[in-house]
Design a protein around this ligand. Sequence first.
Ligand SMILES: Nc1ncnc2c1ncn2[C@@H]1O[C@H](COP(=O)(O)OP(=O)(O)OP(=O)(O)O)[C@@H](O)[C@H]1O
Ligand SMILES: [Mg+2]
Length: 600
Amino acid sequence: MASQVTGKAFDWKLLKRVMHYVKPYNGTFIISAVLTVFLAVSALVQPILIKKTLDEHIMLNDYNGLLFMVELMIGLLFIQTVAQYYQTYLTNALGQSVIRDLRIDIFNHITSLRLKYFDRTPIGMLITRTVSDLETIADIFSEGLISIIGDLLLVFAVIIYMLVQDWKLALITLIPMPFLFASTYVFKEAIKSSFQEVRTQVAQLNTFLAEHISGISIIQNFAREEQEMRKFKAVNLKYRDANIRSNWYYSIFFPVVEILFAVCIGLLVWYGCKRILSDGQLTVLSASGKGITPGVITEFILLLNILFRPIRQLADKFNTLQMGMVGADRIFKVLDTDEVAVNTGTLRPARLEGEIEFNNVWFAYNDENWVLKDINFHVKPGETLALVGATGAGKSSTINILNRFYEIGKGEVKVDGNNIHEYDVNYLRSQIATVIQDVFLFTDTIANNISLNNELITREQIIAAAKDVGAHEFIERLPGGYDYNVMERGATLSAGQAQLISFIRALVYDPAILVLDEATSSVDTETEILIQNAINKLMQGRTAIVIAHRLSTIQNADKIIVLDHGEIKEMGTHQELLRIDDGYYRKLYDLQFNSTGIAR
Ligand SMILES: Nc1ncnc2c1ncn2[C@@H]1O[C@H](COP(=O)(O)OP(=O)(O)OP(=O)(O)O)[C@@H](O)[C@H]1O
Ligand SMILES: [Mg+2]
């Protein structure tokens, strides 16, 4: 996968960028940080209190003092519990708030990207970015950054306190420490790469699933379940192995920490007890507060516990932080893709006339693999231009560049005498209704699928448009009528019905220009007539560019362009083109319409 965490210095710039998203929640951040520091420091107080209780009260039979200490400890415990509650709650809330804002940004950005970006980017990858990669950023706050600072603080405080208490005992007890730090470091490094592998495999898994569920009908139709299962098993296996590998490091690391902990305790008890025996006179020592007492030993055991707990988790937390940074890096990479349609145009006339001009237009999806070569044509307002040609000739590409889904390489495209770049791109698109080959419907009501949730479009307008294209009756017959819930991708409607919906969608926006990529899917005669009428209705009073498959659409066009391998071969009316003997259109006509006798 693209992003790599380098073994070297921490990426402060990236963190700064993440912290930028914390700004609106600065209050929460500061309170969480203060609580974290408080919890770290107060953890140290408990062993001190226990030592005092042992040495100064229990050893000396001071019952009242003991009672007071117990009350003090209960009080402290209560405050710690409350602080812990708020700390956990606030850090999590902070993380979730930050990623909510980021998620909005990323969705906003993704929806503004050029189609070209999506040609190269698997949907599953984008879903992984906006869902699981973002989750890792939330962990920066809930488990990473703040608690690492708290833990480090605690570790230093404990070590320094132990040294002050009795430096000889402390040094001997802490002999295994360098080994602990070393193994923590090794563990952290080992697990880092395996975590990255896990993330990569999650993305692969998501991509595979998204694609195969979308294409489920093909898989079932061609009985490819078994083969796809095999592929899925391979992806799944890789994911499992990546997880097992990272868990394997844990299963090595934790016992090592336990052993080191036991060694520390062993050293403590051995040296501590030796000192107690040689120093003698326990009660005197306890009262003086000097030397080694059972209280000190108990205190050190508790301190060691406090010391080991964060260290055990430190490697994990560093990784959480690092994974969050990897997630952030990936998300910012998506946010930084500048394949946004440049919108520098300002023209927004009240209404377009609908004159379209292509002057020496060259277009390629990639580099200089020209898909359209030197295209020239002129469509007057209200005219209909039909594009015909073999599959892959460049018909869809021609209409894709008119509304700037893709940008042309050379030449110019003009609408009403102005280069399309001079128009505000949103305005331009609002004036050009595009009905594409495969209709896409969202999981929503029929009405919302028509208006696309544009509040300016009333129910009356929707119904009027539906009546215009002759779809009102079939919609009324659906359970719930206009509120009938279309399932994902329009799965519960027929192809013809879905197409009619897309016509209403185009009509209700009342565009000046209509671009229609006629679907080739065959429908029954009744629907065919409906569609035919709907198309005629759509073209009325508008400039239209139609990628035509129906003979009637072609015949009625004011101008026909025959495209072949991205070049205009012939241009003229139906009659003119038919007259060209051995012409391309003539051949196409004979092949497609005459010989079969099917007039569609
Ligand atoms: N998104 C894309 N990225 C790269 N190349 C593309 C893309 N879309 C189409 N092409 C290529 O551009 C050429 C023209 O495709 P286009 O979709 O314009 O054909 P078409 O005339 O609409 O064909 P059809 O009748 O099959 O719809 C084809 O060679 C195709 O492989
Ligand atoms: Mg096409």
